[in-house]
Ligand binder design. Sequence first.
Ligand code: ZN
Ligand code: ZN
Length: 264
Amino acid sequence: MVDAHCHLNFHAFEKDCDLVVKRAIDAGVEAIINVGTSIESSQKAVDLAQKYQNLYAIVGIHPHHADKIAKDWDKEIDKLAKMPKVVGIGEVGMDYYNYKSNGITDPKAQRKIFERQIEISIENKIPLQIHGRHAGKDIIKIVSRYKKRLLPIPGVFHCFAGNLDYLEKVLAMGFYVGFDGNITYKGFALGEDTALPELVAHTPLERLITETDAPFLSPEPHRGSRNEPSYVIIVGNSIAKIKNTSFDEVNRITSDNARKIFKI
Ligand SMILES: [Zn+2]
Ligand SMILES: [Zn+2]
């Protein structure tokens, strides 16, 4: 199984990264992709990919940080995109959720860095890993404008949430869809009207990948504590249950998908 989106590059794993990686491998995780949200955390993801055989990196600036970027930020991301074991540009996108910590980042600034990073992904021929929250319509609008230039497999909408119409549009554009431990939670996420298991059920396995977003979104029964890549097995089991198939089938197909998208 592959954890196609997590953050071992964050402070939460500073002390025991070795153990966390070992637990994941022992649990049957064959590859872990660490994703950047800033220049600093992207560089850290690249460093970790150098240190551990099964680790890969995705580099980019998260929409949260769109209003606090340095002048030549895009040159830095482009440089990082060319490093060994960098398999994508992310997490990039649009986010209109009103966060307690920093509210909503200026949408214009978000859009500007999102568009530039779509270009960097096209120029470097590596896929996008898109982060979206309550911004589906605008993301579709922005990404559609690049339709002709995107890679044959343009990338992944990570930690997917939204409604069935949005999901259809994402699949129609050729993107894959990533699901995380929050598919094990009961009820709807704040501001959403479609349950995540319903979205999983409507995503063909051939277009689905597994992720954790560790240290966030621990699956049940670990909800509330630090998430880690070994728990991607729980995500796989949950998907198997929703789709009424075996874990082995989910493991085989989603791992193939991740290898195909990210060329790992
Ligand atoms: Zn995200
Ligand atoms: Zn993330």
